[in-house]
Design a protein around this ligand. Structure first.
Ligand SMILES: Nc1ncnc2c1ncn2[C@@H]1O[C@H](COP(=O)(O)OP(=O)(O)OP(=O)(O)O)[C@@H](O)[C@H]1O
Ligand SMILES: [Mg+2]
Length: 327
């Protein structure tokens, strides 16, 4: 039976994950490997688990991210070999799979975490393969006695899948003398150790803050087996991401519009709070709005498929970024 792909207590987290799922749909899975006869070759493990599908989708759907994709293949290889070793009784205990995804906003961390959950599920390392995405507020209470039940509730929901903790460093606030975040960290540490055959924790956030967090929380650091760093996208990658996003929504750039968007990105990169692929998505959302109001104005025109699917230069250039004086 297939578990839901993800469940998310926090409303912000929900929006993020829903967006990620919508953008990169994951095919529903069959049963996990454990039901099948003991595999003896890598090909047999791959065939039984069908993780090749997920990895191919990852390659195809996600632009760039070469180092991340390589690391995921390495982790998958490790797990496949671990499966084969366990066929000979060679794996003493389940491998530690907790991970840390560092990178700037919009670099694909949540999207890749969803795929990782799927891979772990298909290989039988987690029972259900869903992803529960949370932030500090979902784990830590405001008052004494509130944190443990909150954290335990989240852990209960995440069991059998992946717990994705966004901006995990906010759990640790040394400046507050009696911060309840520490309580959440301690519960997490215990579960990460004792129930690692049924729960994988992925911590995510900015690299420098995460490094600092690990320095102050060596217990957490020592439980993280894999660190993946998500680089910022180069402008050509951002353009390819835009192409993909438009294609998924049945839009295309009209003549000159892609160049205009290139120009837009150059300006947007100079502005504060640039958030990589997320900024691309937001900019395209606004371009679609402008396209709609442009088409809306001409009430009597017969609209063709082309009209309805084309983002014109004007839909890009009427962004307020172009209104800023370049003098
Ligand atoms: N390499 C990529 N190719 C195509 N789309 C991408 C890529 N990376 C991210 N996206 C899209 O960009 C959006 C933001 O990605 P995601 O939420 O995974 O980033 P994030 O690193 O988790 O960001 P944040 O730190 O803001 O939560 C999503 O809609 C996702 O589908
Ligand atoms: Mg995210």
């Amino acid at each position: 039976m297939n578990a839901p792909l993800y469940t998310i207590p926090g409303s912000t987290a929900r929006a993020v994950a829903e967006e990620a799922v919508a953008a990169v749909p994951v095919a529903s899975t069959g049963s996990a490997v454990s039901d099948a006869p003991v595999p003896r070759t890598v090909a047999e493990v791959l065939a039984q688990s069908r993780i090749d599908d997920v990895m191919d989708e990852l390659d195809r759907d996600l632009v760039g991210l070469a180092p991340v994709k390589t690391r995921i293949r390495d982790i998958a290889a490790l797990l496949v070999i671990d499966k084969l070793r366990s066929g000979f009784g060679l794996s003493a205990q389940s491998p530690s799979l907790h991970m840390c995804f560092t990178g700037n906003p919009g670099t694909g961390k949540t999207t890749v975490a969803l795929r990782m959950a799927e891979i772990l599920h298909r290989l039988g390392y987690v029972r259900k393969g869903h992803l529960v995405a949370v932030t500090r507020d979902d784990l830590v209470g405001q008052y004494i006695g509130h944190t443990a039940p909150k954290t335990k509730e989240v852990l209960k929901k995440a069991m059998g899948g992946v717990l994705f903790i966004d901006e995990a460093y906010y759990l640790y606030k040394p400046e507050n003398e009696r911060d309840y975040g520490q309580e959440a960290i301690e519960i997490l540490l215990q579960v990460m150790e004792n129930q690692r055959d049924d729960l994988v924790v992925i911590l995510a956030g900015y690299k420098d803050r995460m490094d600092h967090f690990f320095q102050s929380n060596p217990g957490m650091s020592s439980r993280i087996a894999h660190h993946l760093d998500f680089p910022d996208y180069a402008t050509p990658e951002l353009l390819s991401i835009a192409d993909k996003m438009l294609d998924q929504q049945h839009y295309t750039f009209g003549e000159g519009a892609r160049e205009a968007f290139d120009d837009y990105l150059g300006r947007r990169l100079e502005q504060p709070h640039f958030a990589n692929a997320r900024s691309v998505r937001n900019a395209l959302d606004r371009a679609r709005l402008r396209q709609a109001s442009r088409l809306f104005q001409d009430r009597d025109r017969v609209l063709t498929r082309d009209d309805l699917t084309t983002i014109e230069v004007a839909d890009i250039r009427s962004s307020r970024l172009f209104a800023v004086s370049t003098a």
